[in-house]
Design a protein around this ligand. Structure first.
Ligand SMILES: *Cc1c(COP(=O)(O)O)cnc(C)c1O
Length: 394
């Protein structure tokens, strides 16, 4: 699957790399090879496929030509030798973690990782005698202190997608290498365009492709990138065994999404700055959390390891009651109240939607948090919508 010379030119990766148009009538868009299985001419060819499914088209739970094009492009984007594409980001997390623990092992995870990563650590793995310690990843010493002789895995997510807490990837990777521990980083926030964990020495980089890679809110998928050796090992066991690979059609949608990834990110990033400025100076906003805000606690580290910041930010609204926050959210006319992000449409999630009304406490800053995703609309369109919702709130 992988090339030794990983291309780095973004336009080349998105527009041409891994495509071979002469093979399919010089069609500009690659075909969706919507087949479950592949035929052989000789028994010997079939024997070879049985012996090593990672080298031959046999069955689409393993290799598929449309998925191959996508894999090569996504691995190159990550600066990695190889990658696997899953039917969700959660599936990529599960395969990556499962591949690197056995009974009796210990994991050090950054605190508040993605919900379903945390459920893997808290609910599933304890059944197999694998335990997890959570640390505040903003301080490298916390990793150092949490590591035990049986620690085999360090799990990172930087920045976090609610409070944007950042881990120093280079420092964690160096510490892990010294102790022979595998590192995994959830890179969903940045995408490989703004941050390449593998470049900092992280073993496995993963992201939810549902977000910016797909970009149109119409496909759920996940990516896991790393060395040819590590990805090959996961392909032969977890990937084939769990059977959570992406379908050819969804792979094709992601290839289509990739064509405009650069320009969508640029647009979303530029608009985000304007929306940030608006919220930052709004009298009803107590504070805004955003990693590229010069007053953000880890701004220097953000600048150092991230090339840019995407369209997510969290703001704390001034409110005395739950009803005020509900009124604000329900007054928005264009910004949709929905989970996920990375698509064309702006979205909002109030933290209080995850809190039982009786437990709501306005004194707690966290209860008044709203996570905003800035989509591809014009900045005025988004700002005006927020402004009119603030006015309702009065
Ligand atoms: C969405 C998300 C995931 C999970 O991806 P799915 O494609 O929804 O399974 C993992 N990590 C982060 C940070 C995410 O935002």
């Amino acid at each position: 699957m992988s090339d030794n010379n990983i291309p780095t030119d973004l336009s080349y990766i998105l527009n041409e790399y891994a495509e071979d148009r002469e093979q399919y009538f010089n069609a500009i868009a690659p075909p969706i090879v919507q087949t479950s299985n592949f035929a052989f001419k000789t028994v010997d060819e079939m024997r070879h496929a049985f012996a090593d499914e990672s080298s031959t088209y046999l069955y689409s739970r393993g290799l598929n030509p449309t998925v191959d094009i996508l894999r090569k492009k996504l691995a190159a984007l990550d600066g990695a030798e190889d990658c696997l594409v899953f039917s969700s980001g959660a599936a990529a997390i599960f395969a990556a973690v499962l591949a690197n623990v056995k009974s009796g092992d210990h994991i050090v995870s950054v605190r508040k990782p993605y919900t379903w990563a945390q459920k893997t650590f808290d609910v599933i793995l304890p059944r197999f005698n694998v335990t997890t310690t959570y640390v505040d990843g903003r301080d490298i010493n916390n990793f150092q202190e949490a590591i035990r002789p049986n620690t085999t895995l360090i799990y990172l997510e930087t920045p976090n997608s609610w409070d944007y807490a950042i881990q120093d990837l280079k420092a964690v990777a160096a510490l892990a290498k010294e102790k022979n521990i595998i590192t995994i980083c959830d890179n969903s926030y940045c995408t490989p365009i703004y941050q390449k964990p593998v470049d900092f020495g992280i073993d496995l980089s993963l992201q939810s492709a549902t977000k910016y890679i797909g970009g149109h809110s119409d496909v759920v998928a996940g990516v896991l990138s790393g060395s040819k050796k590590m990805i090959g090992k996961i392909f032969n066991s977890e990937y084939l065994n769990i059977g959570s690979g992406i379908s050819p059609f969804n792979a094709w949608l992601l290839i289509r999404g990739l064509r405009t990834l650069g320009i969508r990110l640029e647009k979303s990033t530029a608009t985000t700055q304007k929306v940030f400025d608006f919220l930052q100076s709004h009298p009803f906003v107590e504070k805004v959390l955003f990693p590229f805000d010069p007053s953000f606690r880890q701004y220097e580290l953000a600048k150092q390891q991230m090339k840019g910041s995407c369209g997510l930010m969290t703001f704390v609204i001034k409110a005395d009651t739950l009803q005020q926050i509900e009124k604000f959210c329900e007054s928005l006319k264009h910004i949709l109240m929905a989970v996920s992000w990375g698509g064309y449409e702006s979205l909002i999630i109030p933290k209080c939607a995850g809190i039982k009304p009786n437990y709501f406490n306005a004194a707690k800053e966290e209860h008044r948090m709203l996570r905003l995703y800035v989509g591809l609309e014009e900045p005025e369109y988004i700002i005006n919508d927020l402004q009119q919702a603030f006015e309702q709130y009065l």
